[in-house]
Design a protein around this ligand. Structure first.
Ligand SMILES: Cc1cc2nc3c(=O)[nH]c(=O)nc-3n(C[C@H](O)[C@H](O)[C@H](O)COP(=O)(O)OP(=O)(O)OC[C@H]3O[C@@H](n4cnc5c(N)ncnc54)[C@H](O)[C@@H]3O)c2cc1C
Length: 370
């Protein structure tokens, strides 16, 4: 979010010397973005998330043309599978909403799901949804594309520089303190993802963003997995599979995970994930684990992001994407550049996703959270 916002502020003509991008790790993109599954989809259950995808995914399609960086966009499609009546009914409603907004997702019967996934065991599938334009993009290429472009244009990018304080005068931002010294500024964009509530606290702004660990693993090559194998989600189990190299990337959300900043792999849960994966796709038993890692979702109470200003003048936020923010990074950075420069969102109206909605009880629940 930070790299995209810096790039889009420059695109709008903000002088490069006026933008500084700060990253506590030694390299950019080591937070949630670098640890994510790279999935990009139009298949959401709320109008606003679908609209964000309609704006953001074409930006990823045009990325190389615009920024000169290949991001390996592979439109393998997402196939979501419902195995209970509640999800099957919700899927039907979601497809109607997506079709109404111009997304050509198809509703599939249980038999159609089984026919499309001959390598998987989905005897209990009741329905499915498929959209060919969903797919996978390489997260690190997107981060580096924005960082390199902003840098070429003169933005100062400081990695290995942690924000440790925010200076205020009354309710106005006056500066930021970092491990490398202080910077005077009247404007801060808090795009610290899972850590954003910590930065909020430094400015006296409470953000309802909770870090929640999620993990995944990749397998050795499996020759049975064809190039066109879709991004499959067993919705009730939050269990997913997509082709990664010549093998698979497999993940599952631990519904009992407690909030926290631990990014080590939970070995017990990994076994549970593996067992669930083998039950769905017996051929996984033949594979070796190639790699595994964990990262943090940045979760809000309604699984929607927070965009805009706060009670502190000059303190802006763009965070809380709740596990599906990578795909919305391009448009989100653009939207923040619009809000900071024009005081309003133009490309997509996300004004309802303000921080005040939590106090005012205007929550909009997203169902398609994995
Ligand atoms: C396992 C996993 C799988 C996911 N899969 C998908 C997916 O398939 N598709 C999708 O769209 N989304 C996915 N997501 C969600 C997605 O990764 C996030 O929504 C998105 O990357 C958030 O981007 P961000 O820029 O807000 O946060 P980040 O990428 O975390 O960036 C915030 C940066 O701020 C830095 N920072 C924090 N504190 C400080 C400080 N004090 N000073 C300086 N710097 C600081 C961090 O080091 C970090 O680099 C997944 C997330 C995880 C964890």
């Amino acid at each position: 979010m930070g790299a995209s916002a810096a790039y889009h502020l420059m695109q709008r003509g903000v002088a490069a010397r006026n933008i500084v991008l700060l990253e506590k790790e030694n390299f950019f993109g080591q937070g949630a973005t670098g640890r994510c599954a790279g999935g990009v989809r139009y298949q959401f259950s709320t109008e606003i998330n679908i609209k964000l995808s309609l704006a953001s995914l074409p930006m990823l399609e045009r990325f190389k043309e615009e920024l000169g960086q290949d991001v390996s966009y592979r439109q393998c499609g997402y196939l979501l599978v419902a195995t209970n009546e509640k999800d099957a009914n919700k899927f039907k409603h979601n497809v109607e909403l997506q079709n109404k907004l111009g997304v050509s997702t198809q509703l599939l019967s249980g038999d159609e799901v089984r026919a499309r996934l001959p390598l998987m065991r989905f005897d209990d599938a009741m329905a499915g949804t498929f959209n060919q334009k969903d797919g996978v993009v390489d997260p690190n290429s997107v981060v580096m594309g924005y960082i390199a472009a902003a840098q070429r244009m003169g933005v100062q990018n400081f990695s290995g520089t942690e924000v440790i304080g925010v200076n205020l005068r009354g309710d106005q931002v006056e500066g930021v303190q970092t491990t490398a010294g202080a910077i005077k500024t009247r404007m801060i964009l808090n795009a610290a993802g899972p850590w954003s509530s910590q930065i909020g606290k430094m400015a006296g702004v409470q953000l309802p963003v909770i870090p929640l660990r999620r993990q995944m693993f990749t397998t050795s090559p499996l020759k049975e997995i064809r190039d066109d194998f879709p991004f499959v989600i067993d919705f009730a189990q939050s269990l997913y599979f997509h082709r990664e190299g010549e093998g698979l990337l497999i993940g599952m959300s631990n519904q009992n995970e407690q909030p926290g900043f631990d990014q080590s792999v939970d070995k017990d849960f990994e076994l549970a994930n593996l067992e669930a994966a083998i039950n769905r796709m017996p051929l996984v038993e033949k594979a070796q684990r190639s790699s595994h890692w964990a990262g943090l979702y940045e979760v809000t109470p309604d699984a929607h992001p927070i965009f805009g200003g706060t009670t502190v003048n000059g303190f802006y936020v763009c965070t809380g994407f709740s596990g599906h923010g990578f795909m919305h990074g391009p448009i989100s950075g653009k939207l923040m550049s619009e809000y900071i420069l024009d005081g309003k969102f133009t490309s997509v109206d996300v004004s309802m996703l303000d921080l005040k909605r939590f106090e005012e009880g205007r929550l909009i629940q997203e169902y398609n959270v994995v």
